[in-house]
Design a protein around this ligand. Structure first.
Ligand code: GLY
Length: 358
């Protein structure tokens, strides 16, 4: 069975339409041999990430070539973004919850040792990815959350700091002022386009020997209910790797991903013979099939963004999104660059839901 990218996308779109019409998704798994196809040649070492990881994939790749462990290298890559006060998606300067408190989630997975670590709702520590690795390295557990995760980090030697930068504080105040016309806050005239957004970085790597690692870190959904934890720290949702198969991860609306354990599902699809691209598009179809109607437009297309990234142990890779126009970061022997994601809906932009009554 031979599946071109164009054919597969068309199949995906029709399957999504069928799902929207209430039919069961009918995605045929290609046979293992036929499914191992990709337009991009396999190459390793290889590092892929969400687009905000462009600087990070280069750093991680260089470290892997120099002999670093794949997990240490991708954590160094995401640390660049976590520590960047101008990036509002993760770590220092990440957009806060509805009370103006920055709460961070992260998880890591190390293929060769089959170990994992995660933190949820972590406050005051700029590098949750490193705290997640400390959970993996120093405890018999996988996830720590909230005040106890913070205390654990301090005991491990991490320094606390105020993660709310002046810019994110101003954005939060403007969002808060515009929340409800009938509250006691006065709206300002400035053009505020700050709504519920998610910002996250996922990074995955394989070295020359075929060892794989994955990491996802985020400040989560902007203006979230305090205590909300997204998909990023959930092993199997925000990221997952299996050293015999490959790795996958996601960015975007975590609530949609958690319900399908998207990273785990993508790795399982690749285990069963799908290419990274086929695996990710099939995961997105599953996401849509599992989405409640309030989050779908009349054509059954999601109102939210959710991107996935995947690589195989032998160095094939893809990014995918429901809508055309997304991209992702890659670094291999050809250098660091941005490449387009595969998509289900050619030529269409994400529909915007009608504004809710304020
Ligand atoms: N994917 C990031 C989040 O939903 O928190």
């Amino acid at each position: 069975m031979s599946v071109s990218r164009r054919d597969f996308i068309a199949t995906g779109a029709s399957t999504a339409a069928a799902i929207a019409a209430g039919a069961s998704p009918a995605v045929a798994l290609p046979s293992p041999a036929a499914g191992l196809r990709s337009a991009r040649p396999a190459s390793r070492p290889l590092v892929i990430a969400s687009t905000n990881g462009l600087r990070g994939v280069k750093l991680a790749y260089d470290q892997i070539v120099a002999g670093a462990d794949t997990l240490d290298a991708i954590i160094a890559g995401v640390n660049l973004v976590e520590l960047d006060p101008d990036d509002q998606s993760v770590g220092l300067g990440g957009l806060p919850n509805e009370e103006g408190v920055v709460q961070l989630d992260a998880s890591v997975m190390h293929g060769p040792t089959r170990r994992a670590g995660a933190v949820g709702c972590l406050e005051d520590i700029a590098t949750p990815s490193l705290v997640a690795k400390a959970v993996m390295d120093y405890t018999d557990h996988i996830m720590l959350v909230g005040a106890d995760a913070r205390r654990f980090a301090i005991n491990m030697g991490f320094k606390t700091q105020d993660l709310l930068t002046e810019k994110t504080r101003q954005d939060w105040l403007r969002w808060k002022a515009r929340l409800n016309r009938r509250d006691a806050w006065l709206d300002h005239d400035d053009d505020v386009r700050i709504k519920f957004t998610t910002g996250t970085i996922n990074m995955n790597a394989v070295n020359a020997a075929g060892d794989v690692s994955s990491c996802t870190t985020t400040s989560g959904m902007a203006w979230k209910v305090p205590g909300r934890v997204g998909d990023s720290p959930i092993i199997g949702a925000g990221q997952y790797c299996d050293n015999t198969v490959g790795a996958a991860g996601s960015t975007g609306r975590g609530e949609a991903n958690i319900k399908v354990c998207g990273a785990f599902l993508a790795v399982e699809f690749m285990r069963n013979g799908m290419s990274p691209e086929q695996a990710l598009l099939t995961v997105i179809e599953r996401v849509i099939a599992m989405t409640e109607s309030r989050l779908l437009d009349p054509k059954g297309r999601p109102y939210f963004d959710l991107n996935f990234y995947a690589m195989t142990k032998d160095g094939r890779y893809a990014g995918a999104s429901a809508y055309e126009g997304s991209d992702f970061a890659v670094c291999d022997e050809k250098g660091a660059r941005v490449e387009p994601c595969a998509f289900l809906y050619p030529g269409s932009q994400r529909p915007v839901a009608a504004p809710a009554e304020r």
